[in-house]
Structures are given as structure tokens and as C-alpha cells.
Design a protein around this ligand. Structure first.
Ligand SMILES: NC(=O)c1ccc[n+]([C@@H]2O[C@H](COP(=O)([O-])OP(=O)(O)OC[C@H]3O[C@@H](n4cnc5c(N)ncnc54)[C@H](OP(=O)(O)O)[C@@H]3O)[C@@H](O)[C@H]2O)c1
Length: 397
């Protein structure tokens, strides 16, 4: 299916399916779609925000939506009889398989995004991937699937979009190292003692990016950079020892690429996710966007510093799990999701998040991945172990 360009592609229109449309990436993607003459929206999905989803469908003339939550799906179907409402995990699969899309934007949050990633790639449909967890959990299998069906995966994460743009003119073998930049989050410069006092509100206040709750907490713990390290490894096939992270509080430089001749390429721009989203939705074309042109004299200084792995250990945990390989990144991700969820509900302290993750990794370990079933089983065991730890309430107190 992925071998022949669809007719819509040949005539310039791209049929886009937008998964997770009610979220931070999803709503910004809708802004891009509205400005584009080349994108035709063929479906939308959410977990349970049915009112927003129906309103989006009506505003964008979309006839078919999917809601993961059955109750929300029933409400949407009752309120919107003229539309088609698909429900549950199966509904999401049907939406992907039956929409005849040229491109799926996966903007779900968490490991729940793996299913739609696999379905889209299995159907040979190109994938604009915001859901980094898909690659963290199932990187090898996901990239093998894309190769087998000929579907492309185009990054949406700003750092990976930056690298994608930087390396596309380079010959294989000329790239020495990739450097991901990190803002450092709201707790840059904090001590371990300071972290014992931080609140949910403080952790949800990101200094440079406005994002969904889960990724904002991941940015505060630096787990987001750990997930991005694994994502970069799978996207670009670069060994972990050749991917670095540097703290850059202004978030103007999104990534750097060190080349074999001593040159370093950098991608710069004001932090605005519409730029990488538009790049992914239109690739290989570029479209004009109403964003400010970078004015370095106005920015003044760009500063860089090493990551404090001691105070915020999540990046170290992610790198260790990545190097261990097998199901370890899947376990890391599941434990992180459980811990972040518990933190956002006030059941876990901020500094306990890495403790839950490290203890879960120690308890579950890593297994060789034979199939997606190995991953689903590792995900389930890790969630169970992490939830038990959170409930026991004995973590580092
Ligand atoms: N936000 C950013 O600036 C940014 C930047 C780079 C990368 N990313 C990545 O992009 C992804 C999305 O992030 P976000 O910040 O946009 O998240 P978000 O604001 O929380 O939105 C998540 C979307 O996914 C839906 N969803 C959540 N859980 C689901 C489930 N179990 N099944 C089906 N749908 C589900 C939500 O529906 P409801 O509205 O019904 O909950 C919502 O539409 C994440 O992987 C994140 O790491 C985000």
C-alpha cells in the first residue's frame, strides 16, 4: 500500500488524519490545517473530551471521529447524530484503517500512542510523529515496520525536526554527533533539598514552552530529554554514545549536529511548536507561517551549560535503560507514566518520581523483545510494580 503515491498526493492535496486533536499539539495542528490549501482533514480523535472533539469536527467539516472512552463516545454519538463516532481502541484502529489517509499525525500522549503508530505504519501510511513514547516503547519494531511497508516517519518533536532538517543534505557517514538542547525546566539550578518542596503548580510552569501536562512534568524532571534521547536514536539510527544533551535555557537553538570536518550545524528559532508541526505536515515542502523571524540582537545572549544529572536523575535513568535495551525503555516509560500521573493527582512528591522509576527498573529488569506482545506485557508488569510502589507510600520519606 505504501509503494504507490495516492491520487490525492499526486494532485497536491494530502488527506490528513489527526489523532489527539484536542491536546496541545492537536490544536496547534488544527491551526496549521486551517491555514493550508494542501491539507484535507479526514478524521479526528481524543480520549474523552467529546464536546471539544465534536466542536472541532463541526468547525472543520469532518464527518468521522473516534473517542477512546466509551462513555464519552456514547455522549458524542447522541449529541452529533449527523456524524460517525467510533469508540474504544478498536474505533481508533478503524479510523486509521478506513479513512484512506495519506498522512496520520499521532499526537496522543503516552504509550497509548503505540497502537495507532503500528496501525498507520502497518497500512503503509506516512506518519507525522509527535507521540515520542511510540519510539521509546517500541523503537526497533516500529522502525522495522516502517521499513517493511515503505511508510515514512517524520518527526514533530522540535529537536528531532531540527535534526531532520540539519542532516537531510548530509551524506551518510559525515554526521559525528547529535546534540539535543534542553531548556533545563523550571527547576534548573535547584538543589535536592529545594526539590523536596516543589508544588504541582510550579512543576506545571514551563519557562519557555506551553505544552500538555504530562510532557510539562517530564520537562521538569528532565525525563522528557531522556525520552527524546531514545527517540533520536531510533529516528536517526545514531548510537547512544554519539547523542549528547546540553542545557540551553533560552530554547532558541533546538538541536546541533557535529560533522566529521569539525563543522557544527545548528537549527534556531523562537520556541513555537507550529513550526515543526507544519514542517512534518507539509514535508518535503515548506509553507509560510505567521511566526516572528528570529532577531538575535533582540535575544541578546544564548547560553549553554551541562545537565545536572545528580539533582535531576531522570535523564541518567533513561540513558541507562536505553543502553540496557530490550524492554528496559518500555519499563522506564511505563513507570514514568504511573509516577507522573500520581504526582499530578497529589499522591506522589516530585522528588519521588525518579525513585519510582529506578525501583521499577530494578524490579522488572529487561527482556529481549520478540514481538509487540513482549512490550505490552513489560508495560503491564511495570505499571503494576510502579503503582504498588506509589500506593505503599514508603518512597524516600
Ligand atoms: N505539547 C507540546 O508542545 C509537545 C512538544 C513535543 C512533543 N510532544 C509530544 O506530543 C504528544 C502529545 O502531547 P500534548 O502535549 O499535545 O498532550 P495533551 O495536550 O495531553 O493531548 C493529548 C491528546 O491525546 C488524547 N489522549 C490522551 N490519552 C489518550 C488515550 N489513552 N487514548 C486516546 N487518546 C488519548 C487526548 O484526548 P483528551 O483531550 O480527551 O484527553 C488529547 O487529544 C506527547 O507524546 C508529547 O510528548 C508535545
Amino acid at each position: 500500500m505504501g509503494r504507490w503515491p495516492r491520487l490525492s498526493r499526486i494532485v497536491g492535496m494530502r488527506r490528513l488524519l489527526l489523532l489527539g486533536s484536542t491536546g496541545s499539539i492537536g490544536t496547534q495542528a488544527l491551526d496549521i490545517v486551517q491555514r493550508s490549501d494542501d491539507l484535507e482533514l479526514v478524521g479526528l480523535s481524543a480520549q474523552r473530551s467529546w464536546q471539544s472533539l465534536v466542536a472541532q469536527a463541526q468547525a472543520h467539516g469532518v464527518g468521522r471521529i473516534a473517542l477512546a472512552d466509551p462513555e464519552a463516545g456514547a455522549m458524542a454519538a447522541a449529541a452529533w447524530p449527523e456524524g460517525e463516532v467510533l469508540v474504544g481502541a478498536e474505533g481508533l484502529v478503524r479510523l486509521v484503517v478506513e479513512s484512506d489517509a495519506d498522512l496520520v499525525l499521532n499526537a496522543l500522549v503516552g504509550a497509548a500512542g503505540l497502537g495507532p503508530t503500528v496501525t498507520a505504519l502497518g497500512e503503509g501510511i506516512d506518519l507525522a510523529l509527535a507521540n515520542k513514547e511510540s519510539l521509546v516503547v517500541g523503537g526497533e519494531l516500529v522502525t522495522q515496520l516502517a521499513e517493511a511497508t515503505g511508510a515514512q516517519i517524520i518527526p514533530v518533536d522540535s529537536e528531532h525536526s531540527a535534526i531532520h532538517q540539519l542532516v537531510c543534505g548530509e551524506q551518510a557517514g559525515s554526521v559525528e554527533r547529535l546534540v539535543l538542547t534542553a531548556s533545563g525546566g523550571p527547576f534548573r539550578g535547584y538543589t535536592k533539598e529545594d526539590l523536596e518542596q516543589v508544588t504541582i503548580e510550579q512543576a506545571l510552569t514551563h519557562p519557555t514552552w506551553e505544552m500538555g501536562a504530562k510532557i510539562t512534568i517530564d520537562s521538569a524532571t528532565l525525563m522528557n530529554k531522556g525520552l527524546e534521547l531514545i527517540e533520536a536514536h531510533h529516528f536517526f539510527g545514531t548510537p547512544y554514545e554519539r547523542i549528547d544533551v546540553v542545557v540551553h535555557p533560552q530554547s532558541i537553538v533546538h538541536a546541533l549536529v557535529n560533522l566529521c570536518d569539525g563543522s557544527t550545524l545548528a537549527h534556531l528559532g523562537y520556541p513555537d511548536m507550529r513550526v515543526p508541526i507544519a514542517y512534518a505536515l507539509h514535508y518535503p515542502e515548506r509553507v509560510a507561517l505567521p511566526v516572528k523571524t528570529l532577531d538575535l540582537a533582540q535575544v541578546g545572549a544564548l547560553t549553554f551549560e551541562p545537565v545536572d544529572l545528580e539533582t535531576l536523575p531522570c535523564l541518567r535513568l533513561a540513558r541507562e535503560a536505553a543502553v540496557a535495551g530490550g524492554s528496559a525503555p518500555c519499563v522506564l516509560n511505563a513507570a514514568n507514566e504511573v509516577a507522573v500521573h500520581a504526582f499530578l493527582e497529589g499522591r506522589l512528591r516530585f522528588y519521588e518520581i525518579p525513585i519510582v522509576i529506578e525501583s521499577t527498573l530494578d524490579r522488572i529488569g529487561s527482556e529481549t523483545i520478540h514481538s509487540f506482545d513482549t512490550l505490552y506485557e513489560a508495560d503491564r508488569s511495570a505499571r503494576e510494580a510502579a503503582s504498588e510502589m506509589v500506593q505503599s507510600g514508603l518512597l524516600g520519606r
